[in-house]
Design a protein around this ligand. Structure first.
Ligand SMILES: Cc1cc2nc3c(=O)[nH]c(=O)nc-3n(C[C@H](O)[C@H](O)[C@H](O)COP(=O)(O)O)c2cc1C
Length: 188
């Protein structure tokens, strides 16, 4: 078994997004950052988040079986840094963020709020959870989702936040045709 520790070259090979995971429960209203936030089913909509078991968020979700997922936009790096560096057992991050001018929107189908200004805000009910290695994967079924297409999602890479860069151009038409012809020769 090989470790891929935080900040190692292996960990730095990944590009992820930043989920702002909101919860309520024994640790009160809370928000944390989770780059391991994935869309895993279209219909029904499902989102998986992988959280360390000692995080306030993990304990809140285990107690209440619901959570919010706000996919951070490019202007939400400060929220992500605060949500991702302080523990909800020690800090009221939601109150601090509100004082800093950020807003949370009340959940319509769940108790936790979502984060105003995020690219995607999804309200999730926990349908499954399972421990993999040193994290718990929580799978939520989306009850309600709203996108703000005026926002771009922030990318997370090498411990920093990024704008998604330029679109990679396709090879020239001649090369595209050669690729297609080669692939077609291997049709089963
Ligand atoms: C950008 C970013 C992404 C993060 N991704 C994850 C993650 O996917 N899973 C995780 O358990 N912790 C992740 N963390 C660390 C948690 O957000 C951090 O431990 C936080 O303090 C936990 O908050 P809580 O104890 O209030 O739940 C991330 C931190 C940052 C800054």
């Amino acid at each position: 078994m090989t470790a891929l520790p935080y900040g190692s070259p292996a960990h730095h090979s990944f590009i992820t997004n930043v989920g702002l995971i909101t919860s309520t429960g024994p640790h009160g209203e809370n928000v944390m950052a989770a780059e391991w936030t994935h869309h895993i089913s279209y219909e029904p909509g499902m989102i998986a988040v992988c959280l360390g078991p000692n995080k306030a968020t993990a304990e809140n979700i285990l107690a209440t079986a619901e959570f919010g997922v706000s996919i951070a936009s490019t202007d939400q790096n400060v929220i992500a840094s605060i949500a991702g560096s302080k523990h909800g057992k020690e800090y009221d991050k939601v109150a601090a963020l509100k004082e800093l001018g950020y807003q949370f929107l009340p959940g319509a189908t769940i108790k936790p709020p979502t984060v105003e200004g995020a690219r995607l805000r999804a309200e999730c009910r926990l349908i499954d959870h399972r421990t993999y290695g040193d994290h718990i994967m929580f799978v939520g079924e989306v009850q309600r989702a709203e996108t703000d297409e005026s926002k771009d999602p922030a990318a997370y890479h090498k411990g920093k936040y990024w704008h998604v860069g330029e679109n990679i151009p396709k090879p020239p038409q001649e090369e595209m045709e050669r690729i297609k012809a080669v692939v077609e020769r291997y049709r089963k």
